[in-house]
Design a protein. Structure first.
Length: 198
């Protein structure tokens, strides 16, 4: 096995925020290929993050964002497991990004699990009627409605929204990356958005 240089380990640490031994192991597993090592760490990190998702997150911070025109503002309660993590730059940055996302994208709910069943059913019925009026075959109307409900979640639920800085990434993915990096469960508690005249 080729020796892994300290500079390669340092670069991988800087690019991923992973621990030194994890970086060394990733580079060894990928024969020193930096990009493959990053992918390897992300895959492992996401697996670790999934295990952490069941842990209680009772600490955290409230983040506020006020748009430059002072006509739109938002608040986000972001929870983690310890005050130590709540004080880290990465956690603070995540909180500010989420507050900005709420101001820009106006989600109504944190997650699709929060959407009341009657709202989901009403949306489905609207989409069913639209499909029937468009002359779609009755046997695929329900499938069309289900697909449109998923689109509704992608606009109305913060965790399902595309990240405003990277359209290929969902907000839930951004949070999972931070769980992997910080080693604690992170959850969005509550959100609020205020706009003049709304």
């Amino acid at each position: 096995m080729a020796a892994i240089s300290a500079s390669a380990v340092k670069e991988l640490r800087e690019r991923t925020g992973a621990g030194m031994m994890d970086c060394k192991h990733a580079l060894a597993e990928t024969k020193g290929d930096m990009e493959k090592a990053i992918d390897y760490l992300r895959e492992k990190g996401i697996a670790k993050a999934a295990k952490k998702a069941s842990r209680s997150a009772k600490d955290g911070r409230v983040f506020c964002y006020i748009h430059t025109n002072a006509k739109i503002a938002s608040m986000v309660e972001l929870n983690c497991e310890t005050d130590f993590v709540a004080k880290t730059d990465e956690f603070q940055e995540l909180g500010h990004e989420l507050a900005m996302q709420v101001a820009a994208s106006a989600p109504l709910f944190v997650s699709s699990e929060e959407v009341p069943e009657d709202v989901v059913e009403r949306e489905k019925e609207i989409y069913r009627q639209q499909a029937l009026e468009e002359g779609k075959p009755a046997n695929i109307v329900d499938r069309i409605a289900e697909g449109k409900v998923q689109k509704y979640f992608e606009t109305s639920c913060l965790l399902d929204q595309a990240y405003i800085r990277d359209g290929d990434k969902k907000i839930n993915d951004l949070i999972i990356e931070h769980i992997a990096k910080l080693g604690e469960n992170i959850k969005v508690g509550r959100i609020a958005r205020f706009a003049i005249g709304e």
